[in-house]
Ligand binder design. Structure first.
Ligand SMILES: NC(=O)c1ccc[n+]([C@@H]2O[C@H](COP(=O)([O-])OP(=O)(O)OC[C@H]3O[C@@H](n4cnc5c(N)ncnc54)[C@H](O)[C@@H]3O)[C@@H](O)[C@H]2O)c1
Ligand SMILES: O=P(O)(O)OC[C@H](O)CO
Length: 351
């Protein structure tokens, strides 16, 4: 096990709480930062985050605080577990307090709505760091509700710097949590962010009363458009066949725990996107990411039909039934040659 004096986890939602518990079970002292005093007090008193992760007790070695300076003091590992729209602000507040040797681990899955940046790009811009030597993306199919209960899970620690990814692999590995490394941070970040758009879509399909065929079609064609944009932005297409790609897509599109899927179900049943997000009562990352991905697809000339329709449903008032008509009524096309730049590879091979 790696020696870590103290780990900090910023964000006491469901994932931050589950990861704080997991690190404590792995033998580390953990400080968990909650933004709201009321939440910190109730977690501290009950030794359980009843609002975000009911049924999971916090080990004694997890301390909860709203004081960032206290949480970060002496922490050589800092896990950012706030939603992606809050990462820049939380990082800015933390930067002056971060010990120089601290490794930053980000678990947020989203694209920044205004800048269209991935989280590692936000980190580089905000911190002024020259590279990602001290930054690791942690992603993959991992619902907090299951990690909190020690149910078997496999995830990815990603950094172009092998030593950073391996450090985080070692830190989190346990008999119930298996961690793989992957140097393709662009692909890992995009897989984690873009699957949420498709989960909203499969939720809508469920809410409309469609069956497994529709879900499989959305997931498969969703993966095709995620891969297309990913490759255009520099990702390795193989990453999308891994845990941070198809793995996370499967879990998010099928799980009862999925917030994005649950929001989609509500929209499919006739609620507005705002009502659906309020009903879920936890962060629904896919909404902001749909706007960002839609714009990215336009900027880079990448065809993303499901993302387009999700954008129209979420931001232009299109009904889910109309969106389905548009998707099913698209012109005829081929399957294989659309995928991921393989058409380029294939035509070179043939010539
Ligand atoms: N929940 C999961 O199973 C899971 C798994 C993997 C990754 N993630 C990712 O982890 C991130 C956090 O998700 P979550 O499920 O824990 O969310 P959540 O809704 O359970 O909790 C979010 C937490 O962030 C806090 N928060 C909201 N806005 C904030 C702000 N502006 N500044 C600081 N704190 C703020 C909230 O008060 C809450 O404590 C997301 O990016 C999500 O995609 C979640
Ligand atoms: O499934 P969601 O929408 O709750 O997202 C949580 C995680 O990204 C699952 O890996």
């Amino acid at each position: 096990m790696v020696a870590v004096e103290k780990a900090a986890v910023l964000g006491a939602g469901s994932w931050g709480t589950a990861l704080a518990v997991h690190l404590a079970r792995n033998g580390h002292a953990v400080s968990l930062w909650a933004r709201r005093a009321g939440l910190a007090e109730t977690i501290g008193a009950a030794r359980e985050n009843v609002q975000y992760l009911p049924g999971v007790k916090l080990p004694e070695t997890v301390r909860v605080s709203t004081r960032l300076e206290e949480v970060l003091a002496g922490s050589t590992v800092v896990v950012f577990a706030v939603p992606s729209h809050a990462f820049r602000g939380t990082l800015a507040a933390a930067l002056a307090l971060l010990p120089a040797e601290a490794v930053v681990i980000n678990v947020a899955k989203g694209l920044e709505e205004d800048s269209l940046q991935r989280m590692s790009e936000v980190y580089l811009q905000e911190s002024g760091a020259a590279d990602l030597a001290r930054y690791v993306t942690f992603s993959g199919p991992s619902h907090a509700e299951e990690v909190g209960r020690n149910l078997p899970t496999a995830v990815v620690a990603s950094s172009p710097f092998a030593s950073a990814a391996e450090f985080v692999q070692e830190l989190f590995m346990s008999p119930s949590l298996r961690v793989y490394t992957n140097p393709d941070t662009v692909g890992v970040e995009l897989g984690g962010a873009l699957k949420n758009i498709i989960a909203l879509g499969t939720g809508i399909a469920d809410g409309l009363g469609f069956g497994d065929n529709a879900k499989a079609a959305l997931m498969t064609r969703g993966l095709a458009e995620i891969t297309r944009l990913g490759v255009r932005l520099g990702a390795n297409p193989l990453t999308f066949g891994g845990l941070a790609g198809v793995g996370d897509l499967i879990v998010t599109c099928t799980s009862r725990h999925s917030r994005n899927r649950r929001a989609g179900i509500e929209i499919g049943r006739g609620r507005t996107p705002e009502e659906a997000q309020a009903a879920v009562r936890m962060v629904v990352e896919g909404v902001r990411t749909t706007r960002a991905a839609h714009l990215l697809s336009r900027i880079h000339g990448v065809e993303m039909p499901i993302t387009d329709q999700m954008y129209r449903v979420l931001f232009e008032g299109l009904s889910p039934a109309e969106a389905v008509k548009h998707l099913m009524g698209r012109g005829r096309t081929r399957e294989i040659e659309e995928v991921a730049g393989f058409d380029v590879w294939w035509s070179r091979k043939r010539s």
